[in-house]
Design a protein around this ligand. Structure first.
Ligand SMILES: C[S@@+](CC[C@H](N)C(=O)[O-])C[C@H]1O[C@@H](n2cnc3c(N)ncnc32)[C@H](O)[C@@H]1O
Length: 331
């Protein structure tokens, strides 16, 4: 198809009420078809048909993950520019778009409350549970090896849970901050750090998916010192849009600093969504690169952590990966 015809197709794809609403919704971040269906209150086949048309026109990108599919808006190339200019023209105060936005917030809150309930239940036993899923000693050895013994001024542990990373790296950082939205988790973290005599780390309650607060309120406080090392250890798979959390991590990163992400490689253990409140079935290298690029980060280091001392309790179909991201030049 000639470029001209392709452009006509793309404009036709965007030029329809539901599809424009879809673009407006996806401008806020990646969403699963299931959530989009709930937000628009339209049937799943209907929503899927609209999404397929947008994807064929290159205006959105599909990512299949187990029984779910996620969509995001095209953010690069000529279609990325076209989507950006369409989004710019959208009247933000339009009643339908405002209602969609409210419905989206409601869906996000429901997910958050489900995750919060799950972590409230497991807070006391989390340190034991973590070991059941993954070869913890191999993962921690890889983290210690990568971080190295050189002193780090400020460490930020996003989704700190019971504060294990702050404990593991306590000899390395001068000042540590852990943030988590579960009161139960941070209760355990505070008690544990106090018992271990770690007084150079503080734990804060907060939502790491929220944008940085310029006024000093919120979890990611713009007035805090920037971090030399940001850790996201087994956290990103709890988010529909891990790119948003990564972007928040990037905003808190000092020049020359590193972001260490430890998470699962793509897997097909669908039951973890229901049982353990996972949203994403692991993260691929390609996705990490794409989310990183979007917020000015590049992957400096990647490794799969193999479990040489595998024991019977860890799940063999879960592979843990370690990514190190730094700011790309010129950002
Ligand atoms: C699987 S645990 C990992 C905890 C810790 N990093 C570790 O490896 O032991 C994920 C943590 O992310 C936290 N979390 C999930 N969503 C969050 C959000 N929106 N804001 C802050 N913390 C969040 C949960 O409360 C939980 O403690």
């Amino acid at each position: 198809m000639a470029e001209f015809d392709k452009l006509v197709e793309a404009l036709k794809a965007a030029g329809e009420v539901t599809r424009l609403r879809l673009l407006a919704l996806l401008a806020d971040g990646e969403l699963s078809v299931k959530d989009i269906t709930d937000i628009l209150a339209q049937s799943q086949p209907r929503v899927s048909r609209h999404l397929k048309l947008l994807a064929e026109a290159g205006l959105v990108v599909r990512n299949a993950e187990g029984a779910w599919a996620y969509y995001r808006i095209a953010d690069s190339g000529s279609r990325g520019e076209l989507v950006a200019s369409i989004l710019q023209q959208l009247p933000k105060e339009d009643a339908v778009l405002v209602a969609d936005h409210h419905a989206l917030e409601k869906v996000k809150l429901a997910h958050q409350s489900k995750a919060n309930k799950y972590f409230a239940q497991v807070a006391q036993s989390w340190d034991k549970l973590r070991k059941l899923h993954v070869p913890e000693s191999a993962v921690e050895a890889a983290i210690l090896k990568y971080v190295g013994p050189k002193r780090i001024n400020n460490l930020l542990d996003m989704g700190t849970g019971t504060g294990r990373m702050l404990e593991l790296l306590s000899d390395v950082y001068v000042h540590g901050t852990g943030i988590d939205f579960s009161r139960e988790m941070i209760g355990v973290a505070r008690a544990k750090l106090a018992a271990a005599g770690i007084s150079h780390a503080q734990i804060r309650l907060g939502d790491i998916s929220e944008d940085e607060a310029k006024d000093g309120s919120g979890a990611l406080d713009a007035s805090d010192a920037l971090a030399n090392l940001v850790i996201l250890h087994q956290v990103l798979h709890y988010f529909d849009d891990p790119g948003r959390v990564l972007s928040n991590a990037s905003a808190r990163l000092a020049d020359g600093g590193r972001i260490l992400v430890v998470d699962f490689a793509p897997h097909d253990l669908e039951f973890l969504r229901e049982r353990d409140a996972h949203r994403r079935l692991g993260l691929s290298e390609q996705q990490m690169q794409m989310w990183g690029q979007f917020c000015g980060l590049k992957i400096d280091h990647f490794e799969q952590i193999t479990n040489q001392h595998s024991n019977e309790t860890t799940d063999k179909s879960l592979v843990v990966c370690l990514w190190v991201l730094t700011k790309s030049k010129g950002t």
